[in-house]
Design a protein around this ligand. Sequence first.
Ligand code: NAD
Ligand code: IPM
Ligand code: MN
Length: 368
Amino acid sequence: MSTNTLLILPGDGIGPEVMAEVRKVINWFGENRGLKFDVSEDLVGGAAYDAHGVPLHDDTMARAQEVDAVLLGAVGGPKYDDLDFSVKPERGLLRLRKEMDLYSNLRPAQCFDALADFSSLKKDIVAGLDIMILRELTSGVYFGEPRGIFEEGNERVGINTQRYTESEIERAARSAFELAMRRGKKVCSMEKANVMESGILWREVTTRVAKDYPEVELSHMYADNGAMQLVRAPKQFDVIFTDNLFGDILSDCAAMLTGSLGMLPSASLGAPMANGRPKALYEPVHGSAPDITGQGKANPIACVLSFAMALRYSFDQGDEATRLEQAIEAVLAKGLRTGDLLGAEGGTPISTSEMGDAIVTALQESLE
Ligand code: NAD
Ligand code: IPM
Ligand code: MN
C-alpha cells in the first residue's frame, strides 16, 4: 500500500456537505505542501443501508482496517428512525470503532479568540480555553452484555450493562496520561464511584497508572459535578479522562464552550499498525443535523479540524495541522460565520461552501 492512504466516509445528512469542504482542504495540501493522499470514498450509515441493506458493508470494514486513516462525516437521520436496531445507521459507526479497536477518543475543546464573545458562557470563562476530553470508546455501557429488550412477567425490560475490565481502563488511562505529558500535565478522571462499582474500579486503576507518570497531577471528580464544573470554570481542566457514555455527554457540553457543536473535532485512536501509525478514525463530534441538511448552513469547521487532527496524529504533520488551525482562526477573525456562529455580535453570514473556500484562501495566505 502506498503512503498516506485515506478512506472518506461522508455518511448522512450534513456529512457529505461538510466533507466536500474537507476535500478542498485535502486537495490544497496535495497541490501546495506536497502532501499526497491516496483517497478512496465509500458509504456508511443510512447511505450504506440504502445501497446494501446494512449500515456498513464488510468490504468497507476491511478497507477501514487497511488505510492509514478513516475520515467520517456523520451518520443517522429521521428517515432511519424506524429501522430495526441492528441495522440503524449508528451501528455502522459503532462497528468501525469496535472492530478497529479505537479505544482512545480525543475530543479537544478549544475556544478560538474570535468566538470568545459568542459562547453562551461569559467571555472570561471561555477565552483561551484549551481542554482535551479523553473518552474511552470501545467498552462500557455501549457494548456491555447482557443487553436487549426482554419479556419479564407481563411487561418488558430494557437492559444495558456498564462493564469495564481493568485492562480496558488501563490502556485508555495511559493515553490520557501520555496526552497530559504533552500538554498541561493534569488529568481529571470522571466517573461515579459513589454509586457504580465500575466507577470504583475506574478510580483504582487510574490511580495505579498515575504512578507511572509522577509529573502528572491526577484528580478525581464525580461525573455529575464534572458536568457542572465544565460550565462553571472550564479552564481548571487540562485532560478530562472519562468513560464511553459520560464522555459522549460531556463532550457535547464542552462544545458549547467553543461556541458551537459545529466546531468540535475528534480523533479515535487504537493500537499501532505495522507501519507504526495508530489505527485511526477522525470525525466531527456533531451528528447529521437533519434540521439544517441540504440548506448550505452546516459549519464544516469541526470536520476540517478533524482532518487537522489526522495530519497531526496519523501523518506526523504537526506543523501543517497547526497551519490549518491557524487558517481557521484567521477566517473567524475576518468575521466570516456560518449560521450556527451568528449572534448579536454580528459577523458576515456565509454558506458551508463559502466557509470551505475561505479556509482554502487563508491557507494560501499563510504561504505569502
Ligand atoms: P446533531 O449533532 O446532528 O445536531 C444537534 C444540533 O446541532 C442541531 O440543531 C444541528 O443543526 C446542530 N449542528 C450539528 N452540527 C452542526 C454543524 N456542523 N453546523 C451547524 N449546526 C450543527 O445531533 P442530533 O440532532 O441529536 O442527532 C441527529 C442524528 O445524528 C441522529 O441520528 C444521531 O444518532 C446522529 N448522530 C451521529 C453522530 C455521528 O455520526 N458521529 C453524532 C451525533 C449524533
Ligand atoms: C458521538 C455520537 C455517537 C455516540 C453515536 C452516533 C453512535 O453521539 O460520536 O458522539 O454516541 O458515540
Ligand atoms: Mn455524541
